[in-house]
Design a protein around this ligand. Structure first.
Ligand SMILES: CC(C)(COP(=O)(O)OP(=O)(O)OC[C@H]1O[C@@H](n2cnc3c(N)ncnc32)[C@H](O)[C@@H]1OP(=O)(O)O)[C@@H](O)C(=O)NCCC(=O)NCCS
Length: 190
């Protein structure tokens, strides 16, 4: 790791240091695959600070870490999340899913996928708009056949336009949902 990262890892509990360093490893490996030389990924608040040519997102659980990256010109926002497949209980779902989403669910384990999709959206959008979005501010529209989801804001927020422009995708990996959300460049900057 790089100096600022090492200093941060030394300041937190061991499990947090492990997830942080593994996330940084995943991010650097992903950056290398798009031709970005090894570099530090410091923190600004809780946000990772990407090199100017790239944009990305990091996620971890106790056993897995993942990152998504792309050229800064390719997307305005990228978000990734991973969750153990059945992590979200019905009680938690009551708080984080809308009534429509709860009724949509074809199987209980999709609860967690929908939760994870919202976290991926938040990670893509929050660095762009600086806005906080609660779980009930966003509603998902899942197309299981296409393997794609979309989202809309349920109230008038700055994030509404980029959220509606984004597309999400998911996969199952080692009993986890791996979910991403990609926000294309706004038309005037494309
Ligand atoms: C930020 C948040 C989504 C992170 O999710 P999490 O399950 O706690 O943690 P994960 O392991 O998946 O991800 C953590 C990583 O996300 C990144 N991150 C943290 N805050 C972030 C933010 N505001 N925007 C983008 N990325 C962020 C960091 O890289 C962090 O890892 P690091 O500290 O090792 O660098 C969550 O803590 C949160 O605040 N959620 C509330 C808002 C929300 O999700 N709303 C949903 C409606 S859109």
């Amino acid at each position: 790791m790089f100096p600022e990262e090492t200093a941060y890892a030394a300041s937190v509990v061991h499990t947090r240091a492990l997830e942080f360093s593994t996330g940084r490893m995943a991010a650097r490996a992903a950056l290398e695959r798009i031709g970005v030389p090894r570099c530090e990924i410091p923190r600004r608040g809780r946000l990772p600070v990407w090199p100017p040519s790239a944009i990305g997102s990091i996620a971890h659980t106790r056993t897995l870490a993942a990152a998504i990256v792309g050229p800064a010109t390719g997307h305005d926002g990228l978000g990734i999340d991973i969750e153990a497949r059945t992590a979200v209980s019905p009680q938690v779902a009551e708080r984080v899913l809308t009534r429509t989403e709860r009724h949509w669910l074809p199987a209980s384990e999709w609860r967690t996928m929908l939760f994870s999709a919202k976290e991926a959206i938040y990670k893509a959008i929050n660095p762009m708009t600086g806005e906080f979005l609660g779980f009930n501010d966003v509603e998902l529209d899942i197309d299981p056949t296409a393997g794609e989801y979309r989202a809309r804001c349920r109230r008038n927020l700055r994030s509404a336009v980029p959220v509606a422009a984004g597309r999400g995708y998911w996969a199952v990996y080692r009993a986890h949902w791996l979910v991403v959300f990609l926000i294309p460049p706004a038309p005037d900057t494309a």
